[in-house]
Design a protein around this ligand. Structure first.
Ligand code: 48H
Length: 247
């Protein structure tokens, strides 16, 4: 016999226990796009307690649509990070192509398999800054924010926070408000420069806060690169490795 109340109890218990155990974590990753998912997988694989907070219901960020909804991605660097999660890459001249749908779904499932916890429908609306260090994130239900409901958030303590929010660099903008730096935003497309810059500028921008992926591009004021994704993957790897040295 299937009982409605049992289904409800199972869902509430599972979610409640997961969130309760993630109130204090090693790394909070904001945004489940390719850079955040890659960072999460690597950190979790090394036994770190990692949670990803994603404002949308479906994780994956801007990768599902490939280029202009042709669901194919291109990489020139970082192909090994696709193969590590089992993506089939096809060599075409100096580039590699892969299905955007296969890539996105495998990055998500590999991060989860490695032990990262993913909270979808959950927006990071603020950060905790204590004694000059980012010490966690402030979360709220995305629908509550979208509806403009007056609902106070909850907070998660984290030793490190990664801003992997993409073009908006939402978390880095909180640092801008502390008067740290003027954020110029991403510049016009120049794929080669953008690919290089996405890795170069993925780093700690304030004690405890790292930027990765397009957030690093926007924070640094570098050119965008269009639908070539190797820099995003390598950027996630770079910040994960830098954080691993400190944990
Ligand atoms: C929780 C949030 C919040 C928030 C946003 O955009 P993404 O795919 O991010 P990246 O940087 O890993 O990858 C960028 C890539 O997809 C891309 O757009 C490229 C390469 N563009 C090049 C070009 O020239 O256009 O994912 C970011 C994720 C999204 O899923 C957002 O919903 C989520 O972050 N997010 N989640 N709290 N405050 N803000």
């Amino acid at each position: 016999m299937i009982k409605e109340k049992e289904i409800t109890k199972l869902i509430i218990n599972e979610y409640f226990n997961s969130l309760l155990s993630d109130i204090e974590i090693d790394v909070a990753i904001v945004g489940a796009g390719p850079s955040g998912l890659t960072a999460a997988r690597i950190l979790a694989k090394h036994g770190k307690k990692v949670a990803i907070f994603e404002s949308r219901v479906a994780p994956g960020g801007g990768m599902w649509g490939g280029g202009m909804l042709y669901p194919v991605i291109v990489v020139k660097q970082g192909k090994e990070l696709l193969e590590e999660v089992g993506v089939k890459c096809k060599r075409v001249n100096d580039y590699w192509t892969a299905s955007a749908i296969e890539t996105t779904s495998k990055l998500i499932s590999a991060a989860i398999d490695a032990g990262a916890r993913l909270y979808n429908g959950t927006t990071v609306e603020d950060i905790i800054v204590r004694e000059g260090k980012v010490s966690g994130v402030v979360i709220n239900w995305t629908p509550a924010l979208q509806l403009g409901l007056l609902v106070d958030p909850l907070s998660i303590e984290a030793k490190f926070v990664i801003d992997a929010t993409g073009h908006d660099c939402y978390v880095a903008k909180k640092i801008e408000k502390l008067g740290e730096k003027k954020i110029e935003g991403e510049k016009a497309m120049w794929a080669e420069m953008g690919e290089k810059a996405s890795v170069e500028h993925s780093k700690e921008i304030y004690p405890g806060l790292y930027v990765a992926g397009m957030a690093a591009i926007a924070y640094a004021g570098s050119p965008r690169m269009g639908p070539i994704f190797g820099g995003m993957l390598l950027s996630g790897k770079k910040v994960a490795e830098e954080i691993l040295k400190k944990l």
